[in-house]
Design a protein around this ligand. Sequence first.
Ligand SMILES: [Zn+2]
Length: 426
Amino acid sequence: MQEERVAIAPGTIVYVDNLFGTRAIGRQGLLSPAQELRQAQNTIHQIALCHPQVTWQVKQSERCLLTISPGATAKAVMPQLLRNVHWHDLQQLLVEVPPPPESETEENPGKIQLVMGLPDRCHRRRPDWVKVATNGRIVKAPELEQTILAAFGRTLPRDRYPVCFLHLLISPKFIDWNRHPAKTKIYLHELEYWQAQIQGAIEQALRLTPENLPVAFHQERVGKLIADSGAEIDYSLATENPSDTSLLELRAIAQVRNTYIVAEHPGGMWLVEQHIAHERVLYEKLRDRWLLVDLEPPVILSQLTAAQLEQLGRLEIEVEPFGEQIWAVRSAPEMLHQREDCSEAIVELSLGGDLQAAQVATACRSAIRNGTPLTLPEMQSILDQWKCTRNPHTCPHGRPIYLSLEETALARFFRRHWVIGKSHGI
Ligand SMILES: [Zn+2]
């Protein structure tokens, strides 16, 4: 085979055919035609994610098997590859990352490009859509996949996995290809630095900022900008953590059924379920600060099993024998210690789970119940705290926290475009 360089202008069409024409038949481990096709498709999917500006067509015996339309970013490609995932379920982000401080190089900043499913909108049974690419190639990078999974921790329902495509555009000097003979697996130098950057980028993409609003919030404005500039990229480009002023404006308007807060924002309105929004707030507080305080007087419990005592010990809750089958609990999580149901809460914690599970249980018990009437200032306070959380989309059990009714969707529903002229109160 002879290799030569050619110039490629935009719009160039490249045909690749007879790919398996020279393969020896009967070799051991040879794939069936169907398997070969599936692998070829898979490979094309991967390249398409990394190079979304390319149109792909796969034909077999003149029959079209696969077409992938191009787009500005992988966000346009992903819904074509993943059934049941829509464009508006995805969030994308492009962040510039300076080279690691210890690397002592004068490198240009790298980039992290993220396209991910919002946790209240899509997730999968297997971690098969946690994909990492570096500089235009999909690779296996188990440490980075772990970072992604951890960043989505406690945002998805049990045993569900995120949809996330991470593309690192960084200097090749940070990438070590000597991990697998086929060069499909990499090590990264300065791994912890990159992991922290990726975690930060995912956190940023999950936050409730005006730029992050997935549903058509900026559609008109962005559409106009695109038309004006001729560009198609609609990334939210950010280099720093959002400050509080960049958070979404949310105003409590009313409470419905003593359960939902109606919140107005510049692009529409949301229904926020009060209990789980508050639960998310408290859970993150507990993650940041898990404090046990002394119980005075102690809580007396009876009938605890050895497993329960062991579990309380693991959570570092102080328990002492206090008589025949009676125990004195001398400390408890700060959030619980003044509650009337403190002893029930401790029994609940003794029934198992890790520290995170204990924090979820504590947050759930302490959060405002559905069915509780709230004043407007109380609702506003919940909204203000909730919108600052790191993972505002879902509660720690993975349930969606809000239902969005964006103005663009409402206008479509009410057929506002039917009205001609100004006589109907537009
Ligand atoms: Zn709950």
